[in-house]
Ligand binder design. Sequence first.
Ligand code: SF4
Length: 312
Amino acid sequence: MTFSDIESHAREPAPSAVEDGAASGPAARTRAEREALKLEKRLCRQVGQAIVDFNMIEEGDRVMVCLSGGKDSYGLLDVLRRLQARAPIRFELVAVNLDQKQPGFPAEVLPNYLQALGIEHHIETQDTYSIVKAKIPEGKTTCSLCSRLRRGILYRVARELRCNKIALGHHRDDMLQTFFLNMFFGGKLKGMPPKLASDNGEFIVIRPLAYVDERDLVAWAEHRAFPIIPCNLCGSQENLQRQQVGEMLRQWQRQHPGRIESLFTALQNVVPSHLMDARLHDFRHLQAGGVFDADGDKAFDEEPIAPPPVPV
Ligand code: SF4
């Protein structure tokens, strides 16, 4: 049996919604409860769909779910547990948090949360904060060293916990922002992949929230009352460029509803012959084939623009 069955299961009402206190009959439900149930179904459906589309989780996988204490990683763990409970395949989830000893980090919050839910977990405590502070001069960006240290530690922990996959809480908006950041500042058409081997070649890194709108994660975190840990404890200046690109995308969406969905669909609908990367399309040896090709060049005619896609 494959994971593809999980997606059809994800369309069914989630039993956990009842456990979580939703009323038993539709008439008795308040509007907020109905909205929460719809949101839960949407999240499960989108995560299930991403898992199927990219074959992210397979029978026997042991998945390390990286938990930072932010809304995205809480949402990821929460939805993966719901899917795990009704999946026709067997896989394991291990929640892992790296306590980097940032000042004010409430070390008890995540262990308490995970213990209360009975989730297999591991808290790794490593004072990378002091290393970064000692090595990087005041005023310089600390993120590159910090994330390199964090990556090495998480790989070691994944190995020690015998995990073969690492799940991260990046969502659709993170992926689009990365795409534009790479284009604006890196001169590359390159996004954030839903699934890729880790740079040390040892693990498969997956992003099951790839289809999820960040606003849904905000709403889900509020509904579930996750004990959120602030993300600015390291004192690093927030990534200004990412913030600016995020605001640009939100403004586009306000002015032209559906634009985000269209952009995101474009990431899954690449036409190498109509770009200019000779490594992806063999322009050098191109010959006229002598037969009609609907995707061939329209010469002086404008390319027809497809209608906007239906959001996932
Ligand atoms: S924002 Fe802070 S914790 Fe995050 S990578 Fe940068 S320095 Fe590290």
